[in-house]
Design a protein around this ligand. Structure first.
Ligand code: PLP
Length: 412
């Protein structure tokens, strides 16, 4: 049976390591009582630590109004846009945001980012992304047919220490994640300003993925949005956000676009028709966000629990002398296992990953495979899971790393 020419790309598309690992865990998930030998998934960036708060809040679903059953504004009900603008004002610290500058779509990646790249880039244009970056961008940007230009030294380029002409390279836009995935670093106002000024010098669009904005949990760190930076050409600055992470709602598929560019706004509204958020989901989210006391307590508790889990996991690794990188927010700890590799190659990184998986049944992600890291030996571990599971998995990983070292030492 023939299919369209344009769909051939999908038939030939290879699964990404993020998807392969996640599938394996979905098919055989760990459960203390019913499946103790199943896989513990510390590879998927999902937030499980506030499900109890969500469950309680979901009890008033029976109040769903009739309007949620009807056709409505595909890009977001006015009440939802208003409540979201309030969230941006109070927790993303963007003081001038207006409800009419927001557009809802199904998810941050396949929804908001897909729409934004369709709006600002043509097929074949390149998008500069500093590495390491969230591997899922490979599929989020796939439909818009842009090319990803991985950039290992963006900060040096911006500071003028390395020569790079984005126009010659066919770059049309820059994609920046803050706090980032996989390292969990929140960019400072100074760095954001440098990134924006550099992009504007070449008239490039800059898109901020701020899906972890409300998950900056370290008391000494703070979130600053790229949208709050004053600049000469605000029409070239856009943001993608969503409820998958900060609100632990990855299954509900809620993404948001924020732009001050009138044309990008209009195109986004048109395109959101193809991936809109359902009426019941919109209403429930409006209900959550408009209950300011609940909303604020939820965000505060989420941050406290993230910090607690961060401390728990780093204590296990510190006790075992396993190095890890500093971070500010999101759900990840990047461990530095370079000293345990038999050589500094992608294969050696994979060998240690396979050893950990085999010994522990815990799925984590090697950063070269998953995040285009240029140096082998870093692994991302998601810690927004139940405390008991995290303790078990953290100890298993630490022991597996030690046993790998013994194994390689014996071979030598
Ligand atoms: C930086 C980043 N952007 C986008 C996404 C995808 O979000 P969604 O599930 O809402 O499409 C993720 C998910 O891991 C992410 O880490």
């Amino acid at each position: 049976m023939t299919t369209s020419k344009r769909s051939e790309r999908y038939l030939n598309k290879k699964a990404h390591p993020l998807q392969i690992g996640a599938r394996m865990c979905f098919e055989n998930p760990y459960d203390k009582e019913t499946n103790p030998n199943g896989y513990i998934n510390l590879g998927t960036a999902e937030n499980h630590i506030v499900f109890d708060l969500m469950e309680k809040k979901l009890k008033n679903r029976e109040k769903l109004p009739k309007y949620s059953l009807k056709y409505g504004q595909a890009f977001g009900h006015p009440d939802l846009l208003k409540a979201t603008a309030q969230l941006y004002h109070d927790h993303l610290f963007i003081k001038d945001v207006k409800p009419e500058q927001l557009v809802f779509a199904a998810g941050c990646g396949g929804g908001a980012l897909d729409i934004l790249f369709n709006a600002v880039c043509d097929e074949g244009d390149s998008v500069l992304i500093p590495v390491p970056y969230y591997g899922g961008f490979t599929f989020d940007l796939f439909r818009s047919k842009v090319k990803i230009h991985p950039c290992p030294n963006f900060l040096q380029i911006v500071k003028g220490e390395v020569e790079f002409d984005p126009i010659k390279e066919g770059i049309k836009a820059v994609l920046i994640t803050t706090p980032d995935n996989p390292q969990g670093n929140a960019l400072t106002e100074e760095t954001l300003t440098e990134y924006i000024n550099w992009s504007q010098k070449y008239n490039l669009h800059i898109i901020f993925d701020e899906i972890y904005a409300c998950s900056v949990y370290k008391p000494t760190s703070k979130f600053t949005s790229g949208m709050s930076i004053k600049c000469e050409k605000p029409e070239l600055v856009h943001q993608a956000y969503g409820m998958s992470k900060d609100f632990a709602m990855s299954g509900w598929r809620i993404g948001v676009i924020f732009t001050r560019n009138k044309n990008v706004l209009k195109i986004s509204k048109e395109l959101s028709f193809y991936s809109s958020v359902s009426g019941d989901t919109q209403w429930i989210l409006t209900d959550f966000l408009s209950d300011i006391e609940w909303r604020d307590n939820f965000i505060k508790t989420n941050k406290e629990r993230l910090y607690h889990n961060y401390q728990l996991l780093t204590k296990i690794f510190d006790d075992h002398k396993i190095k890890h990188l500093p971070c500010d927010g999101a759900f990840f700890l990047m461990v530095d296992l370079r000293e345990f590799l038999k050589d500094q190659s992608k294969q050696a990184e994979l060998d240690l990953y396979n050893h950990i998986l085999k010994e522990t049944n815990v799925q984590i992600l090697p950063a070269m495979q998953g995040f285009e890291h240029v140096v082998p030996g870093f692994y991302r571990i998601c810690f927004a899971v139940d405390e008991e599971v995290l303790t078990l998995a953290g100890n298993r990983i630490a022991k597996a790393v030690e046993s790998f070292q013994n194994l390689t030492e014996k071979k030598d």
